[in-house]
Structures are given as structure tokens and as C-alpha cells.
Design a binder for this molecule. Sequence first.
Ligand code: HEM
Length: 218
Amino acid sequence: MRANYILHISSTLCGVFFSWLTKCWLVWNCRICLRVEGTVALEWALAEIIHNPEIMNRAQEELDKVVGTNRQVHESDLPNLPYLHTIIKETFCLHPPGALTLGHLNVKDVQLLHYKIPANTNVLVNIWAINRDPKAWKKPLESIPDRFLNNNISLLGSNYNLLPFGSGRRRCPGMDFAQHMVHCGLATLIQTFDWSPQLGVKGHEYDGGLHRRICCKS
Ligand code: HEM
């Protein structure tokens, strides 16, 4: 009886410990994903804006019109900033932070065009290549946020030529959180600062490397 009781307590304690461990792991995973993937997306968005000052001017004009110049942009403003959304979509399209999806196993044999993929193959989808496919996008290597204006192309995984967060049941569960943070971050950075390449470097000469090569003026 006593042994059962002790066993019960120890298994409960183990359960509590492992559930705590799982929660810690999840929170840690969220932090890592956001810090790594989110920061990469934000850096690329800034790099493209520095490379194309007219995109920054349009985004700043939109922010001035919607938010004004007397207060900081707030998350409740985001739905009213369509041009900012197009910049984010273009960034995720041109520079998806995760170039490949995680491994997916197909449960049965599949024939995909002229490829035969046997069951239980570990399939990694090349998101990066799909997002830059010239059959899917006009001028795929140029940053053109306008391609996302006035259409319903979304980042949710329903448009198979734009899959920065994967698609289907295994798509990224942190997608909404990540998008929200990147939107807020970029809006704040563009509203607060004018961004330019290092003195003497023209926008179109800027090669995308952010390290020690940008200036911001408040
Ligand atoms: C810009 C930020 C992010 C990008 C671009 C991104 C992208 C991705 C991609 C491409 C996948 C693989 C999907 C697939 O295999 O079909 C994935 C999986 C995953 N992501 Fe993210 N992610 C981001 C941020 C986050 C954040 C903030 C979290 C946590 C809060 C997160 C949690 C996860 C998890 C747990 C998986 C694995 C899902 C599974 O195995 O079913 N991600 N992410």
C-alpha cells in the first residue's frame, strides 16, 4: 500500500516535472524561433528598403497618413497599413527565413510529375526555390511589393507559390505571432528612423549586408 502510494507520488512528481520541462522547452523554442527567424525577416525587410528608398518613402507616407506624426504606431493600426503588409509579404517571398520545410514523411507511394516518391521518404520542400520560381512570379529576384497590392495572396500556405511558413497541418504554429512581431517591428523602425546605406554608398549600390553599413537618422 505504502509502496503504491510512494509510486503514485513519484509518478505524479515526474508528470509535473516533465510537463514543466515541456512548457519550458516550448517557451524557449518560441523565443529562439522568434529571435532567429523573426530577426532574419526584419533584417531582410530593412535591407530591401535601404536598397529601394522609394519603398521606404511610400511606407513612411502611409504611416504618416494613418498614424500621424504625434504618436508611435500601435498594433491596432496594422490592419490599416496595406502597403506595409505588401513589404512584409515581399520580404517573406524573396527571403524566406527557413529555406526548407522540416522533414515530412509521405505515408504512401506518390507520383509527382515525373518523380516517383516511395512511401516513407523524408521529403524536404524547397520553399526558397518555390518563392523565386520565374514560372510563378514576374521578375522573381526583384523586390516589388506592389505585386501583393489588390489581391488575396496570403502567407497562410494556401497559395502554393508562396510558402514561407509551410502549408497544411504541419505548417508553422508560430506564424501569426511571428508575422505580428515582424509587422510591429518594421512599422516602428520605419516610422521612427530614416534608413540609408553608409555615407558615400548609393541605395542601388547597397549589397544587402547590414553589418556596420547602415545609418539611421531619427
Ligand atoms: C518569421 C518567423 C518564422 C518563420 C519564417 C517560420 C517558418 C517555419 C517553417 C517553414 C516551418 C516548417 C513547416 C513545415 O515543415 O511545413 C516551421 C515550423 C515550426 N515553427 Fe516556425 N517560423 C517562424 C517563427 C516561429 C515562431 C515564433 C514559433 C513559436 C512560437 C515557431 C514554431 C514552429 C514550430 C513548433 C514548428 C514545427 C511544427 C511541426 O513540426 O509540425 N515558428 N516554421
